[in-house]
Design a protein around this ligand. Structure first.
Ligand code: KG4
Ligand code: ZN
Length: 339
């Protein structure tokens, strides 16, 4: 086969992900999550995450290779998330990737976490159009990216000026007493609620506001105040309505700005990725609004939206296919790596 066979390692947050791809074909996607160990702290604890990565790293690599039915000898390269992310967590993945690449005599490819969230869609819907317009929404990021070349030229058009979209989901879930991570729980409660029950603010959508930047901290505070007022008045909090109305505010702003960016830049498709792109309301609203605007929507299945190793392998394979230079053995783990 002439399509590159690449193993990808992802350890930027709390998932130890190892994927194997051949070109645009997904062969294995092994994920070990430490999310349960963080739940009682209400957020990811970096030291706990690093230790969990150390324990899960080698078994997860072995499982991915076995699932893919390939021998390490056949690999064309080993890709790894070099950043951004938690420094200690990244270091575990980068060290493992270097060790395997060096021992096997394979090229090493350090990749950007955000770019790989976008590139993963090639495993689902084939080659990405160029330029690619992507809305990347996760626990750590909320950005609109325009990528003329996903391996070497990814331009941030705008991003959040305070909380990431996923962070807002997590914080609102906490105020509602729903546990961590908040996204999936709010998604579930919202299905039983009325999205128009409460009109929460849409941040940065005024006529003089930046077009492609986001702000979710005002929304989070508005939700918290609304809940406090209800409790102070001795009334019960309608959890499903709050969840649905909050979720509606987030998805309204995200889809509006993403479609605006597509129109302004003459791009006829929109890729959505990151953990929040697993949200059922965001997917439905984006589908509806993109169709109305004549824009093709590309969203991978939820498991490929949240952090995983397959996305890293996908970007690594694209780098091999395009003849990009491999990283050297000094490749640093860079917690604030820009796209
Ligand atoms: O991409 P990801 O797995 O990790 C980061 O790079 O941050 O995203 C995790 C975030 C969390 O904030 C989580 O609450 C959110 O994605 N999330 C969701 C859903 N599933 C995960 N947010 C809204 N709806 C969901 N269904
Ligand atoms: Zn991520």
């Amino acid at each position: 086969a002439d399509e590159p066979l690449v193993l990808g390692i992802e350890t930027s947050c709390d998932e130890t992900g190892v994927g194997v791809v051949r070109g645009h074909t997904l062969l294995a996607d092994a994920v070990a999550s430490s999310v349960d160990e963080h739940a009682r702290f209400g957020g990811v604890v970096p030291e706990v995450a690093s230790r969990a990565h150390l324990e899960a790293m080698v078994p997860t690599i072995q499982r991915a290779l076995k699932d893919a039915g390939v021998t390490p000898r056949d690999l064309d390269g080993i890709a790894v998330t070099a950043g951004p992310g938690l420094a200690g967590a990244l270091l575990v993945g980068v060290s493992a990737a270097k060790a395997y690449a060096y021992a096997l005599g394979k090229p090493l490819y350090g990749v950007n976490h955000l770019a790989s969230h976008v590139c993963v869609d090639q495993l689902e819907h084939g080659a990405l159009p160029e330029p690619t317009m992507a809305l990347l929404v996760s626990g750590g990021h909320s950005s609109l990216l325009l990528a003329p070349d996903i391996t070497s030229d990814v331009r941030p058009l705008g991003s959040t000026i305070d909380d990431a979209a996923g962070e807002a989901f997590d914080k609102v879930a906490r105020v509602l007493g729903l546990g961590f991570p908040g996204g999936p729980v709010i998604d579930r409660y919202a299905r039983e609620g009325d999205p128009d029950a409460i009109r929460f603010p849409r941040g940065l959508t005024g006529p003089r506001d930046p077009l492609y930047d986001f702000s979710f901290s005002g929304l989070k505070t508005a939700v918290a105040r609304w809940i406090e007022a209800k409790r102070a008045a001795g009334e019960t909090v309608p959890v499903a309505d709050v969840a649905a109305s909050f979720q509606e505010a987030v998805t309204d702003v995200l889809t509006r700005k993403a479609i605006r960016a597509c129109k302004d830049h003459g791009v006829d498709h929109l890729m959505m990725g990151g953990g929040v792109a697993a949200n059922s309301r965001l997917r439905a609203m984006a589908e509806e609004r993109c169709a109305a605007a004549g824009i093709e929507l590309r969203v991978p299945r939820p498991k490929l939206c949240t952090d995983n190793g397959a996305m890293v392998a996908a970007l690594g394979a694209e780098m091999v296919a395009r003849g990009r230079a491999a990283s050297d053995w000094e490749l640093p783990a860079d917690s604030s790596l820009p796209v």
